[in-house]
Design a protein around this ligand. Structure first.
Ligand code: MG
Length: 277
C-alpha cells in the first residue's frame, strides 16, 4: 500500500475514534447528570408529620428519607426574633408586628400536627441532626422588614448551631436585596433568587449565583436554564408536584426540583437522584 494511502486510513481511524469518543462522553454526561430533590416546607405530606408544613416533624421526616434538601421559611417578628412560618400572618396577626411569644404559645397558632410554630433556633436544632439533608433557608420579607438585620440574625443563629457551612445550608429569597447581600458577604453559599422576573445574566452581574423559579416561569423561559448553566449558576424550580411537570423539568435540565411530593420525584428520577452521601 502507498504510504499516503496508509496516512489517509490512519487519519480516518483517528477521526472516527475521536468522534465516537465525543459521542460517548456526551451520552454518558447526559445519563449521569443527577438531579437533587428539595422537600418544600419539609416532608410534611406523610402520617408522621401530620400534614404540618414547616414543622419540626416535617424536617425530621425529610431527614429520615435523606432527601438532598429541605426548604423552610423564616420571618422577623415584631420584637425582631426569627420565626419559621410560610405566610406573613399566623393566628390572625401580622408576624412582623407581633411578638414571638404569641406565635409560640397561643393555641390559635398551632400547626396541623399540634406543634407550635418553631423559632429558628428550635428548627436549626433539628437541622443539626443530619448532614445528609441540606437546609434550604428562605428569607421571607414584608413591607417593614429590616432585611439586613434579618440576614445578620439568621447568620448568627446558623453559626451558633454549627450550620453556617455551604454543605449544610443554602439560601433562597424573593428579595433581590437579600440575595445581593448574601452575594456580597457570603459568596461561597448557594444563593438563589425566587421571583422569576430577572434573567440569569442580570443576577450574575450582581454576584447572585442561582435561580429558583416557578416551573411555569421556566416553561415560558426554557432558555434561562442554559443561560444560567453557561454562567455557572445553579437552577432550582418550585413547586413541582405532578409526574408530567416533574418530567418536563427533568427534561429542561434543572439541577434541583422543589416539591411537595419528594417520593414521587424520587420514583421518577430513580438512579438519577442526587444524594448527599
Ligand atoms: Mg418557601
Amino acid at each position: 500500500m502507498h504510504s499516503h494511502m496508509i496516512n489517509h486510513i490512519n487519519t480516518f481511524i483517528r477521526t472516527a475514534v475521536a468522534v465516537s469518543m465525543i459521542f460517548l462522553v456526551s451520552a454518558s454526561a447526559g445519563a449521569q447528570k443527577k438531579i437533587s430533590i428539595v422537600a418544600h416546607r419539609g416532608f410534611w405530606k406523610c402520617e408522621a408529620a401530620g400534614d404540618a408544613e414547616n414543622s419540626i416533624a416535617s424536617l425530621r421526616e425529610a431527614q429520615k428519607i435523606a432527601v438532598w434538601g429541605s426548604e423552610f421559611d423564616v420571618h422577623h417578628t415584631g420584637d425582631r426574633k426569627l420565626l419559621v412560618n410560610h405566610d406573613n400572618t399566623r393566628g390572625g396577626k401580622e408576624i412582623e408586628l407581633t411578638e414571638l411569644d404569641f406565635f409560640t404559645t397561643d393555641e390559635s397558632c398551632l400547626l396541623k400536627n399540634g406543634e407550635h410554630p418553631s423559632t429558628l433556633d428550635q428548627y436549626l436544632k433539628q437541622g443539626e441532626a443530619s448532614d445528609k439533608t441540606i437546609l434550604v433557608f428562605e428569607f421571607k420579607t414584608s413591607k417593614n422588614c429590616n432585611e439586613d438585620m434579618l440576614v445578620r440574625k439568621s447568620v448568627r443563629s446558623l453559626k451558633n448551631h454549627g450550620l453556617f457551612n455551604p454543605s449544610r445550608v443554602m439560601f433562597i429569597s424573593g428579595s433581590r436585596h437579600i440575595c445581593e447581600v448574601i452575594a456580597k458577604k457570603y459568596p461561597q453559599f448557594t444563593n438563589q433568587y425566587l421571583k422569576g422576573d430577572i434573567a440569569p445574566k442580570d443576577l450574575k452581574a450582581v454576584g447572585i449565583n442561582g435561580i429558583d423559579y416557578r416551573y411555569l416561569v421556566l416553561r415560558q423561559h426554557p432558555e434561562w436554564v442554559a443561560e444560567a448553566h453557561a454562567l455557572g449558576m445553579s437552577v432550582n424550580c418550585w413547586t413541582v408536584n405532578t409526574a408530567e411537570d416533574i418530567q418536563e423539568m427533568i427534561d429542561l435540565g434543572v439541577d434541583s426540583i422543589t416539591t411537595n411530593e419528594p417520593l414521587l420525584v424520587r420514583d421518577i428520577l430513580g438512579s438519577r437522584e442526587l444524594l448527599n452521601l
